[in-house]
Design a protein around this ligand. Structure first.
Ligand code: V47
Length: 342
């Protein structure tokens, strides 16, 4: 498929696009909807970089800086673990005040306190920030992550790869080429990661197609991406004004196109914290097969206006998936099936 074919598909009607995506989804995953028992932990919102879309980092619209001590972060990890979380998704802002060691000591301390928890931590944007700030190579940062107990990498920081849009959105943050290089190097270490795309702001469909094709190319080379997560841009508390929020049709088409173009990435996640649980369930008919997890607590999407701060309990998540006519499958962080419900 060429980029023009993909663009033409995107312009076709929602239901034909959805049907094609659903065919691929069913051939890979039948009626399963994957979820996990996870907890998001965002240890600091103090950030040296500036992204127009971000409502989480501290700025004049969000004048509440916080940085957890290692002890506080470990206490939250323990609490999550005691409540059943099997994965901790740790994403911090780019904090120049805490020092390099804070990032790695945090992971070591969490792993020491909860050895069986899967640590999904450090976006490529954080890796690049630490390399840039402390004059390290990407390899050095990635090796220190592994030494400190990081198991896999989340997909954040990809935003939109098109360089002109990226320059407008988040000038100075990790470049698209570096984002891809960091994931390639991580995969070369035999580790898995996810990929994201922030959509529904100032980009056009052509930029989404370009983004998907760059990811497909890397996946063909490494096979290291587990899941792709199209992240719906949320409009609150940031400096990207005058954007008309994307509607359901646009969102579902983007998810469906992702499933079609990224046939080599096994899972497409409809992240309920940003989409809302109902649309995330509908998205399971349009190419998605994963919904993220219980989350328990979340700061990035909720800072931007999502109703996800408190998470969802396991039973509600399972019932919602069953009521939508799918088979809930609890998975681990690497998509091994742990329990099939119903
Ligand atoms: O990179 C920031 C996005 C991302 C806004 O790997 C916003 O499993 C919408 O990457 N509206 C971080 N999005 C979250 C992320 C993620 C989430 C869930 C699962 C996984 C995974 C990864 O959040 C950032 C940025 O693209 N973001 N501000 C906003 N206003």
């Amino acid at each position: 498929m060429t980029q023009s074919d993909a663009l033409a598909l995107f312009e076709s009607d929602l239901f034909s696009l959805g049907q094609t995506a659903d065919r691929i989804r069913r051939s890979q995953h039948e009626h399963k909807v994957f979820f996990n028992l996870n907890r998001h932990l965002n240890p600091t919102n103090v950030c040296a970089d500036y992204c127009r879309f971000c409502g989480f980092s501290v700025h004049r619209k969000n004048p509440n800086p916080y940085t957890l001590s290692i002890e506080e972060a470990v206490a939250q990890a323990r609490q999550a673990h005691d409540a059943g979380a099997k994965e901790l998704h740790v994403v911090s802002a780019h904090n120049q005040e805490v020092g390099l060691a804070w990032y790695f000591d945090l992971f070591k301390a969490i792993k020491a306190a909860c050895p069986d928890i899967h640590l999904k931590a450090m976006t490529a944007a954080e890796v690049e920030f630490l390399a840039r700030t402390y004059d390290l190579s990407f390899d050095q940062v990635l090796d220190r992550m592994i030494e400190s107990g990081v198991d896999s990498m989340p997909g954040g920081g990809a935003e939109i790869f098109d360089e002109s849009i990226r320059h407008y959105l988040c000038k100075g943050k990790v470049s698209s080429a570096d984002w891809l290089t960091i994931h390639e190097k991580w995969h070369a270490r035999g580790r898995k990661s996810n990929a994201t795309m922030l959509f529904g702001h100032v980009e056009d469909p052509i930029h989404r197609v370009d983004h998907l094709f760059r990811l497909a190319e890397l996946q063909a080379k490494t096979g290291g991406f587990n899941a792709f997560i199209p992240l719906l841009y949320l409009t609150k508390n940031n400096f990207l004004t005058g954007i008309k929020p994307a509607g359901a049709e646009e969102i579902l088409k983007t998810i469906a196109l992702s499933r079609i173009v990224l046939e080599g990435i096994p899972h497409i996640k409809a992240y309920w914290a940003m989409l809302g649980i109902n649309l995330a369930l509908v998205a399971q008919h349009f190419g998605a097969d994963d919904i993220d997890g219980t989350i328990q607590r979340e700061s990035i999407a909720s800072a931007a206006g999502a109703k996800s701060a408190a998470g969802l309990d396991q039973k509600s998540l399972i019932d919602l998936i069953l009521n939508a006519g799918f088979v809930p499958v609890e998975r681990d962080s690497l998509y091994n099936e742990l329990k099939v419900y119903g």
